[in-house]
Structures are given as C-alpha cells and as structure tokens.
Design a protein around this ligand. Structure first.
Ligand SMILES: [Zn+2]
Length: 284
C-alpha cells in the first residue's frame, strides 16, 4: 500500500491490523531474504516496508493536519500530508532502484539460495495481503479510497506469489539466477508505483490544481455569475487532505459586491472549494 490509502473512522481497526501485520511480515521477509540469499524476497519486503512507512507517515500527517492554525502557521499543518507522501515516494523509489541494480549484479554472479524458507515467507506475504484485503474490503464498493486500498493489497499478494513461484522454480531447477530476474521485476514494479506517488506529491508541492478539481469548470462557474465580465488571477491549490483554496479577481458590472460574493462563495462550495478569496473589481 502507499500513502494514497486514506482511512476513515470505520476502517481504524483495519488500518491498525494492516500496519501491524505488514510490519511483522516485513521484518520476517527481510530476515529470511538476507539469511537465505533471496533478493526477490528482499525486494518484496522493501515494498511492504514502504507500505508500512507510508501508512504511518500518512497517519501522522493526518493527525498533524487536524491541529488548528497557530502563530506563523496560518494555514495550519495540512500540507504535512504532501510532505509525507514526497518523503515516502523518494525512499521507496530509491529502494526499488537499489534492488534492480543489485539484481543486475547477481545475474552476473548468482549467489546461493535456500528456497524452502523463502517460499514460506512469500506464502506468508500472500496470506497476509489477502487477509488485509478482506479486512479493508467489507464494504469496499461504498468508498473509492478503500477500493483502491483493496486493489493495492491484491497486487501486493500477486508480487508475493511471483516470489513464491520463483522460489519453487529455483528449488526444482537449481537455477538461482531466477531469483535475480524476479528481484529485478519486483524492484521495477516498486519503482513504477513509487513514481506515481512521487508525481502526485510533487504536483501538490508545486501548488498544482488538486486532483478531482477541474480548473475549466471552476473558471466557467465564476464567469457564469451574474454581472461578471472577466475572471483573472485565478489560483486553485490544495491545503492538504481534501481542503482546497482559491483566489481570483472578478471584473464586475452592475451587481452589488456583497450579493456577488455570497453567490460566488456558495457556487464554489458546491464545487468542493471551502476557502475562497474573491477580489471584486467594478467596471464603470
Ligand atoms: Zn503495497
């Protein structure tokens, strides 16, 4: 899983269990991966570690974002969620790259591998991810975030299944380079998912229009207000979580500013924008 897994009140127990099980799994996979020479298992463990760290960072940032604005932090601490996703994305991307590089190295010089314990740890990965998916998935059709979480857990189970398959093949054929090949694939998959996370986090850090908001729709809504002749200086950005801020200048003819402000803020609230600052510029 990644930092995109939001958890709500009802899912708090599922969240705790998921973190605990994944942390235990990660520790066991790392120990067995290093102890018995399976880079593929280490790659799987690094992915799971990224999930745990991502969940904990997202949880910490979410708690921080609930603190009220204070002193110099006039926006509060909401954007710590962006920072958390950025740090997690960088760490996981780097770890995935390390696994790929090490995998290429081991293709040249295969290292001895004890397949039995590796297969057991990979099987545990499948079981725990499927169990977590079951915990999250009780009413997954109701909530997009939880659906994404379930899909991710199922893809994690698939990664562990690849490691299990490669361990079985190594045991049957004795070709340890299969482990390196699987590790390269796992590392590449880790990098791809981390890249997606990084891209989102970077966009948020650069004050891009938040995902789920349509800039053209917002501009059209403002232009559609009575008396508005032109819209300029339009800025839309995220404050962390689901909070969205907007500032804009409206060139206006023949409508009292107070009425227009009330209408405009109402319209923007319908679009999910709670924090708007509109500057009214009357045209004579
Ligand atoms: Zn995952």
């Amino acid at each position: 899983m990644g930092a995109h897994h939001h958890h709500h009140g009802g899912a708090a127990a599922a969240f705790r269990w998921s973190v605990l099980l994944n942390a235990l799994l990660t520790g066991a996979q790392l120990a067995i991966g290093f102890g018995f020479g399976s880079l593929a298992l280490i790659g799987d463990a690094i992915h799971n570690l990224g999930d745990v760290v991502g969940l904990l960072l997202a949880w910490g940032a979410e708690r921080l974002s609930l603190r009220p604005a204070r002193g110099r932090f006039t926006y509060g601490y909401g954007r710590s969620t962006h920072l958390a996703a950025l740090i997690n994305g960088l760490l996981v991307f780097g770890a995935g790259l390390l696994v790929v590089v090490e995998g290429l190295d081991r293709l040249q010089q295969p290292e001895p591998l004890v397949a039995g314990p590796v297969a057991v740890a990979a099987a545990a990965g499948i079981a725990i991810n499927l169990l977590s998916a079951r915990l999250f998935g009780t009413d997954s059709h109701l909530d997009l975030n939880r659906r994404a979480a379930v899909l991710h857990l199922l893809s994690d189970a698939a990664v562990s299944a690849a490691v299990l398959l490669s361990a079985i093949l190594v045991a049957l054929t004795g070709r340890t380079e299969l482990d390196a090949i699987t590790a390269i694939a796992v590392g590449a998959a880790v990098m791809v998912s981390a890249y997606g996370l990084l891209k989102q986090a970077l966009a948020a850090s650069l004050d891009a229009v938040p995902e789920g908001q349509d800039l053209q729709l917002i501009e059209a809504a403002l232009r559609g207000l009575p008396g508005v002749m032109a819209v300029s200086e339009l800025h839309v950005w995220g404050l962390g979580g689901r909070r969205v801020a907007l500032t804009a200048h409206l060139q206006v003819q023949g409508v009292p500013a107070a009425d227009l402000l009330r209408l405009g803020e109402e319209r923007l609230r319908e679009l999910g924008i709670e924090h708007s600052t509109l500057q009214i510029e009357p045209i004579p």
